[in-house]
Write a new protein. Structure first.
Ligand code: DOR
Ligand code: ZN
Length: 459
């Protein structure tokens, strides 16, 4: 049995529910097993009952398809707002996510302009409400020059960049990281960290392929950045983004932080590719490092998975290596790729459901990611026998390419958001029904059962 993530992840008390309006029947993943399953859902899209035999309601028979919770991607860059011609938006990115089985995403602040003021968070919330087709959770930048307390009134969490990357939000290497973390911890909101230490970069020559990119931003830079987090207040919601090695994952755990790994660091390595399309921060690592990271993830020591969806346009990525931007798309392929690893027997289904659905929801204290009474009815219907090869031309991201071209994947056939179908037979049938979700502050030593996550309304 994979280890439970440590730290502040706790089960929420389910909220009271009424009788079902609709009952979905078939088979599903429930309490660690696949079994015959019925899920009752009320008119607000909340699960009223789960079990072998749920009475009442209109019946929807899902036949042989397997009901799984939909996923929550803790790390995307939807570029909204962005400069004209940006290859993603809340409209395109959320459709892409829905088709990949993801019903909520955390959107990062390195947009243009960056999410550094409450006014910009409020603008993002308005954009989400106008265009999002799944739920979006907007984060703000944590920097010495941002007003953390004011941002915390509207944002759902913070991203701290310890190194330069797309968007120039990296803090100076001399920044008092402990002080920043103390300020953010006082808000009770989660802090996600891009952990690379530029003092350990090797800028000697211009890297021209991924192997050299790895050497220029090496694993030791990640470890060194993690060491800067030692001085964080106990009990804060500290989360390390995109760990690239087993050592980084272990150190994050030792520090009392949660962590995520990306599908690209879990499935790709420098030995497979070399061009600008595989340029990403932090870099892809050697095959042996990738394998060790996979084993660490498989064994449950990296509690979560997230895409770090970074949709740069084809034309920018076609530039020579030194000029090409870093990042790769992944929100639509994250869950289907990992479902395929489950089908092949390389990963336990329970491990995937914990990493992609349950643990991210518990980390943000949101009532989703589990097929349980009181949770939102956000779920998928999957058939492991229906596989297809990933092709950029079939994806909904506007960036027009994928680092996983040609790989087998298990895409969900149906996706239900609050009990309403948004994907049918692999086609998007939803609409602008996504909400801007607010993560509630969770202060150390307070009740673990603080009120949930009401949608934030833009004034
Ligand atoms: O490769 C990356 N691309 N790493 C990041 O941290 C940011 C991302 C982007 O937004 O393009
Ligand atoms: Zn990122």
């Amino acid at each position: 049995m994979p280890a439970r993530p440590r730290g502040r992840i706790r089960e929420r008390a389910p909220r009271p529910s009424s009788s079902p309006e609709v009952v979905f029947e078939g088979r599903g993943y429930w309490r660690g097993k696949i079994s015959a399953l019925e899920i009752g859902v009320d008119e607000e899209g909340i699960i009223t009952q789960v079990g072998r035999n749920v009475r009442g309601g209109r019946r929807v028979d899902l036949g042989e398809r397997l009901m799984l919770p939909s996923a929550l991607d803790l790390h995307v860059h939807f570029r909204d707002p962005g400069p004209p011609g940006s290859p993603e938006s809340f409209a395109s990115g959320t459709k892409s996510a829905a088709l990949g089985g993801i019903s909520a995403v955390v959107d990062m602040p390195n947009t243009v302009p960056p999410t550094t003021t409450p006014e910009r968070v409020i603008d993002k919330i308005a954009r989400i409400q106008a265009h999002a087709q799944i739920d979006v959770i907007p984060f703000a930048a944590l920097r010495p020059d941002t007003n953390v307390a004011r941002l915390a009134r509207v944002a759902s969490g913070f991203k701290l960049y310890l190194a330069p990357t797309t968007g120039d939000l990296g803090v100076d290497t001399g920044t008092d990281v402990g002080e920043l973390l103390r300020e953010a911890a006082a808000t009770g909101l989660p802090v996600h960290v891009h952990a690379e230490d530029p003092r350990k970069f090797n800028p000697r020559d211009q890297p021209r392929e991924t192997d050299a990119w790895d050497r220029s931003r090496p694993e030791i830079a990640e470890i060194s950045a993690l060491e800067k987090l030692r001085d964080h207040p106990a009990g804060m919601r500290l989360h390390v983004a995109h760990v690239t090695s087993a050592g980084a994952a272990r150190l994050a755990r030792e520090l009392g932080a949660s962590s995520e790994a990306t599908p690209h660091h879990l499935l790709l390595s420098t030995s497979l590719f070399g061009n600008s399309f595989q340029k990403v921060n932090p870099p892809l690592r050697a095959e042996s490092t990738r394998k060790a990271l996979w084993e660490t993830f498989r064994d449950g020591l990296v509690p979560m998975v997230a895409s770090d969806h970074a949709p740069h346009s084809l034309s920018l990525k076609e530039a020579p290596f030194p000029e090409a931007p870093s990042g790769m798309p992944g929100v639509e392929t994250l869950f289907p790729l990992l479902l395929e690893t489950v089908r092949r027997g390389d990963l336990e289904l329970s491990r995937l459901i914990h990493a992609a659905c349950r643990n991210p929801a518990l980390h943000l204290d949101l009532p989703r990611g589990r097929l349980e009474k009181g949770c939102e009815a956000n779920f998928l219907a999957v058939d492991f026998r229906v596989r297809r090869k990933i092709r950029a031309k079939d994806l909904s991201t506007l960036c027009g390419w994928t680092p996983f071209e040609g790989r087998e994947a298990v895409f969900p056939l149906e996706h239900y958001l609050l009990g309403k179908r948004i994907v049918d037979d692999g086609e998007f049938v939803g609409g602008v029904r996504g909400r801007s979700l607010r993560v509630a502050p969770l202060l150390p030593k307070k009740s673990p059962h603080l009120p949930g996550s009401p949608p934030v309304r833009a004034p």
